[in-house]
Design a protein around this ligand. Structure first.
Ligand code: ADP
Length: 470
């Protein structure tokens, strides 16, 4: 079976969040199951494209409105990611340094989708399934069915994976002239509330949609940024498949980015050494429990609560805790955290920005990770944290609810709270600190977490089962 994954993120080519981790790993695990999985992404002017070799395999052009766009397809020659990777380069549109936040995003992603279908058509490539990831490629299920030039793809099955339903790619109807010509009788399939909504169009037109956890699928029926009714009415073709983690890359026993490698047996000493090295580097007291937050500074992540949580945790513990925060995003949240640094010297440290190596070091060094999310479709941080023996303290929603079991339950191994408030988060941190104080108990929990299987093997098979079913 031939499956093409379409995404605008793929680790290590271009990563902003979990979407990249999934697209950079899932196809490799699918190939182990006998699926011929490819990935197609936009070209970026980034280290990965500069440091690897690419072969130009096709060229073409099409009109976007009145502008003629020329594209080139580049294939990575070494298959270094474990699957064939194709990049689409369009000068001025798909050759940028960042993934998001350009004013012409609609033009960018329409061009990506149009070029992809044009190339597949001209090269005579007809996959069995196109698996589209998030709204940036949400028009594909519509275009394969109703675009005049792409009729040959009518029977190609489309699976749409919702990594985050908050962002939907809304665009004004004036942008419709940028789309490849389509059967205008079908315009309603593109529309939601008077706008072209690529996420809504994908859910309406795909053959099946998946969400990145079962818990998130259920939540979308009542909380989907305006699309609740749509998700509910299309529920029969919805499947929740939890994300896995790439254990070839996220594995403390083999991780080249951390100070000392360790496994379940050596975790006590191994984590202590990583913590010592880390705390020395960031001027934190290694004898105190180390709490961390890693992630985007966004309201959906509950990051706006961090300043208040930090102050209250220091007050609750009488400053007997170290806190390290790694993140980027909302500048106000960053400024609020920055303002706290002077009040807690040697206790609070931060890194504002994106730093992959540092993230690995933090997972290996920290005792606890906090995720006070308001929306969390799956969440990968808690999975990486547990693999590295770091206790998750999470709000019980979406994928967090599915993957972290509270310590008070049978076979529990984490700390779960129900509301995204500073009070609840601090109280859960308090419970975790009590546990950390009891060394024998703590070790048992750590071992249990490290032994949990959150690898891709099972989830990759679930995707393949779905493709077969279609
Ligand atoms: P989302 O995709 O919503 O941002 P996920 O939990 O699914 O959240 O994935 C987040 C991924 O991004 C993880 O791999 C995490 O380690 C990484 N990450 C987030 N922020 C940073 C950062 N500032 N530096 C390094 N890695 C980060």
């Amino acid at each position: 079976m031939h499956v093409i994954h379409l995404s605008v993120e793929c680790f290590p080519l271009a990563k902003v969040g979990g979407l990249a981790d999934v697209v950079g790993a899932l196809p490799r695990y699918q190939r182990k199951l006998g699926i011929d999985a490819w990935v197609v992404c936009p070209y970026y002017d980034k280290p990965f494209t500069r440091d690897n070799d690419f072969l130009s395999i096709a060229k073409g052009s099409f009109f976007q409105g009145s502008e003629e766009l020329h594209y080139e397809i580049l294939k990575e020659t070494e298959n270094s990611l474990g699957f064939p990777l194709f990049l689409i380069r369009i000068p001025g549109k798909l050759d940028r340094q960042e993934v998001y936040c350009y004013p012409d995003e609609a033009e960018q992603w329409i061009a990506f989708q149009h070029a992809c279908l044009d190339w597949l058509k001209n090269s005579g490539t007809k996959p069995d399934v196109i698996n589209c990831h998030d709204h940036h490629v949400g028009l594909i299920p519509f275009l394969t069915k109703y675009a005049n030039d792409f009729k040959e793809f009518e029977k190609v099955k489309t699976v749409f994976t919702v990594h985050n339903g908050q962002y939907q790619g809304w665009m004004n109807w004036s942008k419709s002239i940028l789309l490849p010509a389509f059967d205008t009788w079908k315009w309603g399939l593109l529309d939601w509330d008077g706008l072209i909504n690529p996420l809504a169009a994908a859910i309406k037109c795909c053959d099946a949609f998946t969400t990145v956890s079962e818990g998130y699928l259920q939540e979308l029926y009542t909380q989907a940024n305006g699309l609740e009714g749509l998700f509910f009415s299309e529920a029969a073709k919805g499947y929740g498949i939890v994300n896995g983690i790439d254990d070839a890359y996220w594995n403390p026993a083999a991780d080249k980015l951390i100070s000392v490698n360790y496994d379940v047996e050596s975790n006590k000493k191994g984590k202590a050494k990583n913590k010592k090295a880390f705390c020395e580097k960031y001027g934190l007291d290694e004898t105190l429990p180390l709490l961390t937050y890693i992630g985007r500074f966004a309201v959906e992540k509950g990051a706006d609560l961090l300043p208040e949580i930090v102050v209250n945790v220091f007050s609750y513990t009488e400053n007997k805790i170290s806190i390290f925060i790694l993140g980027s995003g909302d500048t106000q949240i960053q400024a609020n955290l920055q303002a706290l640094l002077a009040a807690y010297p040697g206790r609070l440290a931060t890194f504002f920005g994106y730093n992959e190596t540092l993230a690995h070091e933090v997972y290996a060094a920290a005792d606890m990770i906090l995720m006070p999310s308001r929306v969390e479709p799956c969440g990968l941080n808690q999975l990486y944290a547990m693999k590295y023996g770091t206790i998750p303290i999470v709000r019980g929603i979406g994928g967090l609810k599915d993957t972290v079991r509270d310590i008070s339950e049978k076979n529990g191994y984490g700390f779960v709270f129900s509301d995204a408030t500073s009070e609840e988060a601090v109280s859960a941190i308090g419970r975790a600190l009590d546990y950390i104080g009891q060394r024998g108990k703590m070790q048992r929990v750590r071992r249990k977490e490290m032994e949990l299987d959150f690898s891709w093997h099972k989830s990759a098979q679930q995707y393949v089962n779905l493709y077969n079913q279609l």
